[in-house]
Each structure stands twice: as structure tokens, then as C-alpha cells.
Design a protein around this ligand. Structure first.
Ligand SMILES: NC(=O)c1ccc[n+]([C@@H]2O[C@H](COP(=O)([O-])OP(=O)(O)OC[C@H]3O[C@@H](n4cnc5c(N)ncnc54)[C@H](OP(=O)(O)O)[C@@H]3O)[C@@H](O)[C@H]2O)c1
Length: 338
């Protein structure tokens, strides 16, 4: 079991992977008072050193193994592409490190269960980097619903299209690198719907594949025995306004300007329409709330975040496993792969 981190010192982060999202999180960690990135690792020592220089990080390593062995690291951030998450998480857990793992935690629910089971056995903290569940506006929406601001919730919608031209070497299309719209983008609509509506009774999925066989466009309807329903959509290649909303019997809530990284929450009800601005707007890339949640959990000695519970992460991956099967995507090494 790890020891809760004393409030007198910062939480020390070590990064596995020095790519796109690692750059953004390093920036946002630097915007918080209680956190510092002390080490970074990449497959290439030179790239790790460049990353360290860019962000003022003390130590850099050319292997992930050296990073997890660093005694000065409290929490490891797994910032590589999805297929690496499982083995890298297990390696960090074995070294006694707490973890923030990029979404999706693993390619499928079975692997995610294995990772979280290992974390529980080792008594370390582990959380999926589902920043949306820590976002202040999402938490405010939850509070407004509990206060009855839109009456009974009747459903949600959430779309996320990136509009990236097809490129077989881009990670979103490369099956060997976990490519596909559902795991990269669709996981946000799924997490949103799960948060506000819970586990669906039935999921209907339709989708199309890219020329590499990765899922490109996927639409899901989550059906419930009572009225609520979720209309969810994602695509790697299609451009979309990327809106999200929660429907209710007395009004509705809409995240602005788009579902991904909202900076405002619009409330429509019998009182009219009003905008709640994001208290973190203009504060980095929108990940500080997630960093502060990890810090809070580590200072309290928790092994999981109440905002991003392990059970939810696994349940959402189970739904995505089903949706992926419906559109016919199997990753190399998974059961059913050729
Ligand atoms: N939370 C968010 O908002 C958000 C946003 C974007 C992405 N993500 C997630 O973050 C993860 C990384 O995304 P990214 O956009 O940062 O990706 P990226 O820049 O393309 O790659 C990140 C790192 O993954 C490793 N990597 C890339 N391709 C690889 C390959 N073919 N084989 C082995 N390792 C490879 C590399 O690690 P080295 O540096 O060690 O070489 C690379 O620096 C994904 O799981 C993605 O879903 C989250």
C-alpha cells in the first residue's frame, strides 16, 4: 500500500511516453501548485531529453523501465497509444507506482480488469484519464439535475467527429496502434451517457470501417427500459459541430461551444436561458481539474477516484467491446483476430 502524500511537498509525476497528449498534460501540471513532473521516458532517449528540456523536467530516460524504477516518482502517467497501456501499467504497478492511464485504459474490458485487479493487489492508486468526469461544468450539470433544474432526465446526445483525412499511418486508422473512432473519440460520448443515464439495457450500433479496417463512423443508441435514451456518434474522418446536451421534462442543458472541452454550460428552463462559464476557462488545455483530482486522491491515500470509479471505466469498455464487435473491429492479439 502506498503512503498518502504529505501536503508539505508536491506530488511528483513521471511520464511514460513523450507524444502529443504528454505535452499538454505536462503544461497543465505546471499550472497547478501541488504537482510537478520530475521525470519523463520515451522509447528514444533523445526525444525524452528534448521533452524534458522543453518542460523543465529534471530527469529523462530512454526506457520506460528506468522511469518506473525512479524512487522520486509518486505517480506514473501512461501517455502512449492504447496497445501499450496494459503492459506499461502492469510494469508500473509491479514497481509500486500509482497511475493515471490515458483513455482507453486498455483495448478491451478484460485487459482493463486485469490492470485494475493488479493495482488493487498492490494497493496503489489507478485512474483512467477521463478528464470529462472531473470537469467542473460536468459536475455542475450533475448538481443542477439533482436540484431539479431540468426536471426528470429524458436522454442525452453527444457527437464527436475529428475530420482527419484518411491516412493508413495515422494512429487513428492503424489497427496495430489501436486505431479506431470508438476507442479514441466514442469513449467520450459513452462516458457522458454512462455518467448521466447509467448502464443501458440495450445498445444498438451501426458503423462503417476505414480502408485499414478501423472503425471510422459509429452511431450508438443506448436504450433503457424507462424513457431515457442516448444518441451517440463519433467519426475519425467526418467533421461535425460536436454538440452535447441533456434533455429533461422541464428543460435542457447544453455544453458550449462543443462537447469536447466545454467552456460554458447553457441552462434552458422555465426561468429562461442562462450561461454558466467554466471556472477553468483559459487555464491550459483543460486538464487541470483531472490533475487536481489525482493529487487529492494521492494526498488522501485513496486507491481509486470517486469521480472516475474503476467500475464505470470497466463497464464503459464492456459497452465499447460490444459496439466494436457490432461493427467488426478486432485488434491484433485479441480473440478473433487474424
Ligand atoms: N485525454 C485526452 O484528451 C486525450 C487526447 C489525445 C489523446 N489521448 C490518448 O492519449 C494516448 C496517446 O495519444 P497521443 O495523441 O499523445 O498519441 P501520439 O502522440 O501519437 O503517441 C504517444 C506516444 O505513444 C507511443 N507510440 C506512438 N506510436 C507508437 C507505436 N506505433 N508503437 C509503440 N509506441 C507508440 C510513443 O511513445 P514514445 O514517446 O515513448 O516514443 C508516443 O510518443 C492515446 O491512448 C489517446 O487515446 C487522450
Amino acid at each position: 500500500m502506498y503512503a498518502a502524500i504529505d501536503p508539505g511537498r508536491p506530488v511528483r509525476w513521471g511520464f511514460i511516453g513523450a507524444g502529443g497528449i504528454a505535452d499538454k498534460l505536462a503544461n497543465d501540471i505546471g499550472l497547478t501548485e501541488g504537482n510537478v513532473v520530475v521525470a519523463v521516458s520515451a522509447r528514444d532517449a533523445g526525444r525524452a531529453a528534448d521533452f524534458a528540456k522543453r518542460h523543465g523536467i529534471e530527469r529523462s530516460y530512454g526506457s520506460y523501465k528506468e522511469l518506473v524504477a525512479d524512487d522520486g516518482v509518486d505517480v506514473v502517467y501512461i501517455a502512449t497509444t492504447h496497445p501499450g497501456h496494459k503492459s506499461q501499467s502492469l510494469m508500473a504497478i509491479e514497481a509500486g507506482k500509482s497511475l493515471l492511464i490515458e483513455k482507453p485504459v486498455c483495448l478491451n474490458a478484460a485487459d482493463a480488469r486485469e490492470v485494475f485487479r493488479a493495482a488493487v493487489s498492490a494497493g496503489v492508486f489507478a485512474m483512467e484519464a477521463m478528464w470529462m468526469r472531473c470537469n467542473p461544468l460536468v459536475l455542475r450539470a450533475e448538481q443542477l439535475i439533482a436540484e431539479g433544474a431540468i426536471g426528470e432526465v429524458q436522454g442525452v446526445r453527444f457527437e464527436f467527429g475529428l475530420g482527419i483525412p484518411f491516412d493508413p499511418t495515422h494512429r487513428l486508422f492503424e489497427l496495430a496502434n489501436g486505431g479506431g473512432a470508438l476507442l479514441d473519440l466514442g469513449i467520450y460520448p459513452a462516458s457522458f451517457a454512462f455518467h448521466f443515464l447509467g448502464l443501458p439495457d440495450e445498445v444498438r450500433t451501426v458503423g462503417t470501417l476505414s480502408p485499414t479496417g478501423s472503425d471510422d463512423i459509429v452511431a450508438m443508441q443506448w436504450i433503457y427500459a424507462d424513457v431515457p435514451r442516448a444518441d451517440l456518434w463519433c467519426s475519425a474522418t467526418v467533421h461535425a459541430p460536436n454538440k452535447s446536451a441533456i434533455r429533461g421534462t422541464k428543460g435542457w442543458l447544453e455544453f458550449q461551444p462543443m462537447a469536447w472541452r466545454p467552456t460554458g454550460l447553457i441552462v434552458h428552463n422555465a426561468d429562461g436561458e442562462y450561461l454558466i462559464p467554466d471556472p477553468l476557462d483559459g487555464h491550459g488545455f483543460g486538464y487541470t481539474a483531472q490533475v487536481l483530482e489525482v493529487e487529492r486522491c494521492l494526498r488522501e491515500g485513496l486507491t481509486e477516484s470517486p469521480l472516475v470509479p474503476t467500475a464505470d471505466t470497466i463497464a464503459i469498455l464492456e459497452i465499447l467491446d460490444g459496439a466494436r464487435a457490432a461493427v467488426g473491429v478486432v485488434y491484433p492479439g485479441e480473440k478473433g483476430s487474424r
